[in-house]
Design a binder for this molecule. Sequence first.
Ligand SMILES: NC(=O)C1=CN([C@@H]2O[C@H](COP(=O)(O)OP(=O)(O)OC[C@H]3O[C@@H](n4cnc5c(N)ncnc54)[C@H](OP(=O)(O)O)[C@@H]3O)[C@@H](O)[C@H]2O)C=CC1
Ligand SMILES: CCCCCCCCCCCCCCCC(=O)[C@@H](N)CO
Length: 348
Amino acid sequence: MFGFGRKNEFPVEGRVIVITGGSDGMGRAVATNLAGRGAHVVVVARTVSKLQSTVEEMRRVALNSLKQRFFYISADLSDAAECDRMIAEVTGWNYGSGPDVVWCCAGFCHPGFFTEVPISIQRQQMDNVYWTAANTAHATLRNWLAPVPPSAQMKNPRRHLIFTCSTLAFTPIAGYGPYSPAKAAIRSLSDTLSQEIEMYNGAFTQRHRNSAPAADVKIHTIFPMGILSTGFDNEQKLKPELTKMLEDADKPQTPEEVAQISISALERGEYLITTMFVGNIMKGTSLGPSPRNAPIGDTVLSWLSNLVFLQVIPDLRNKAFNWGKTNGLPNVYPKEEDETPQATTPPS
Ligand SMILES: NC(=O)C1=CN([C@@H]2O[C@H](COP(=O)(O)OP(=O)(O)OC[C@H]3O[C@@H](n4cnc5c(N)ncnc54)[C@H](OP(=O)(O)O)[C@@H]3O)[C@@H](O)[C@H]2O)C=CC1
Ligand SMILES: CCCCCCCCCCCCCCCC(=O)[C@@H](N)CO
């Protein structure tokens, strides 16, 4: 699974794992996969009925149903206070210790051309995509990095904070303006934290001092392509035809596939994780200053990807230009929510 003779960098059996957005799509598939590997799982989202059905499913597939514990918390994670409450509740449920792994999957996409989507919806995208992740990270890291006495400083297993991004953080596609910037912001936060966390990990190596965190922490970010989920069905209804054409190279994966591939990559200890070949090429052209999974492999990947993208970048722009040339302007939607819808031809 993680290569012959190599250590599993992501052991989950008997560990306490929180999954935000764990009631549907990829998050639910991650939750049931980890339940099948013996983890204690807490799923967090807003709608109670979907959370309850996920807990039932986890009980059904659990590796050791007598020992494993499952829990759900209903919370709107775009609210920072709700994230603090969520981490406090998990800590209470886990007999006073914080969780071992927190995996942020919450979020959904509202596609559309930038000028046609009301600004209020674009702010909601930032709230539900970026802030659900940043608030969760903030609450989690404040719990994990608080100094504890030497008796509470664990020798090993590391803790893991995992973000779920999108390959759209690597490559622009017209029609994702309300969404991609929020995912790009998650990538930037992940890169910043992956550096900042080293200070705390350094302090942890001095763990017999009075002030050290309870354990080492590792950051990871997953970059899926399309995922066949409830969220995907909703976004397809809003998606411009041009966008569907530009992302034609994407062959959406099932939530279960994405969960399995992501977990295998975590077991290999990867940092920026893609789930298929085209996603890997998109990552390669955009590696920038992010930490590499493998110095030589990633460098060769970035050289090849940069060559491929010499053709891909103008190709995407040409397709957009030709779309306009053939079809003219898209449907004109009201520019502000409080304006009455405008007809394309105003009455005389
Ligand atoms: N589907 C796709 O094609 C792709 C998706 N992604 C990303 O992967 C992740 C999973 O997507 P997908 O599988 O489509 O998920 P779904 O849309 O199927 O499910 C989203 C989950 O997030 C929860 N959620 C949404 N908003 C909030 C909120 N404010 N607070 C708490 N929970 C919330 C939902 O529950 P509830 O509504 O009850 O709160 C649900 O559990 C997302 O971050 C998405 O952006 C990345 C690439 C492609
Ligand atoms: C050989 C290399 C060629 C590269 C060509 C570039 C093709 C672009 C494909 C865009 C795919 C977008 C997937 C993410 C979707 C997403 O995040 C939303 N569905 C959100 O839910």
